[in-house]
Design a protein around this ligand. Structure first.
Ligand code: GLU
Length: 323
């Protein structure tokens, strides 16, 4: 994008920020994970990053928050590069039409989750990532299989974001583990169908940690740039995933990235995106940019109320979406 386009981007984003700055009390902060309920609801940040190196942020963009389900994109990208098409023997690629932590469909569909962005699907992805952490020499590192998996997930995210200042929030991870009955139930049900290969404790512990990763919008916008750039991280020039997998992950974000609101998000925003119950949403315009928005109050579908409004205005004001 040229200097004029970057300037327009800055104006559009700062106007959207001002428009919604006072828009609070419309949604509800997630409370089913105890530590999330203590987050100050009146926080709002927007960051954009273009594939050619321009960045602009406004609001609380240096404040870290729990990325929650946004982490499912990172683990899917990691596993895609390790496992290739075999992933799709264990996870589907269709919207579920059910809530993100639903158990009913899994029973009918014999333990094969509909897609990698509902909890069941993400839990399978994390399970298979654990397989790649098994054969290391644990004597040397002193880490368990799940310790190694957690380390490699965090390193992957840090490299994508070009930032070392990203960590697991151990308190949130513990808080989630202690209240993860549905996620344990999903994993046990899938294990009964042979679709979980590691111990349920290891899988859910690793999954809850990945959800607890704390990042700010600036780091998230940077970390998603590879999906706007044909799979290449523009910060390092390194291929993260191939073009084909980039197309696929973007397609999955478009069809399944916002829980039961994915259709409406495509209609209103017109971009591939992924949300988390921490109030973050990240979206990409392939070939151009990524945008991360954070505001903790959620709508009834579990997506950031202000985040969706901001993104809808962003593609409308910019006049660009994938459509
Ligand atoms: N850690 C959350 C859970 O498993 C993720 C939910 C989300 O962000 O959608 O319930």
């Amino acid at each position: 994008m040229n200097i004029q386009e970057n300037h327009n981007l800055e104006i559009i984003v700062s106007n959207i920020y001002k428009r919604y700055r006072e828009c609070i009390g419309q949604g509800k902060v997630a409370d089913y994970i105890p530590t999330l309920s203590t987050v100050n609801p009146d926080q709002f940040a927007i960051s954009v990053a273009t594939v050619d190196g321009f960045q602009y942020s406004i609001g609380d963009y240096t404040t870290g928050f729990s990325i929650q389900s946004i982490s499912k994109v990172f683990t899917l990208a990691m596993l895609s590069s390790l496992m290739g098409d075999d992933i799709w023997k264990s996870v589907g690629r269709e919207p579920s039409g059910n809530s993100f932590n639903s158990l009913v469909q899994l029973e009918y569909e014999k333990g094969i989750p509909r897609n990698p962005f509902i909890n069941a699907g993400a839990i399978v992805i994390t399970d298979r990532l654990l397989n790649y952490s098994k054969n290391e020499n644990n004597q040397v590192t002193g880490l368990s299989t799940r310790g190694r998996a957690k380390e490699s997930i965090l390193n992957f995210v840090k490299e994508l974001a070009g930032s070392d200042d990203i960590e697991y929030d151990k308190i949130t991870a513990q808080s989630e583990i202690l209240t993860a009955e549905r996620n344990f139930a999903l994993a046990h049900l899938m294990k009964s169908f042979g679709n979980i290969e590691n111990s349920v404790n290891d899988v859910i512990n690793t999954y809850c940690h990945q959800c607890s990763i704390t990042m700010n919008t600036q780091q998230l916008a940077a970390a998603f740039l590879f999906l706007a750039n044909g799979g290449i991280n523009p910060l390092t020039g390194k291929e993260v995933i191939g073009k084909r997998n980039t197309k696929r992950i973007n397609a999955l974000m478009m069809t399944c990235g916002l829980y039961n609101e994915s259709g409406d998000f495509a209609y209103r925003v017109g971009l591939p995106g992924k949300s988390g119950v921490g109030g973050g949403i990240v979206a990409v315009i392939p070939g151009k940019l990524s945008i991360a928005v954070w505001s903790p109050e959620l709508n009834s579908n579990g997506n950031s109320y202000r985040g969706i409004k901001a993104l809808e205005d962003f593609t409308t004001d910019l006049g660009i979406s994938v459509f």
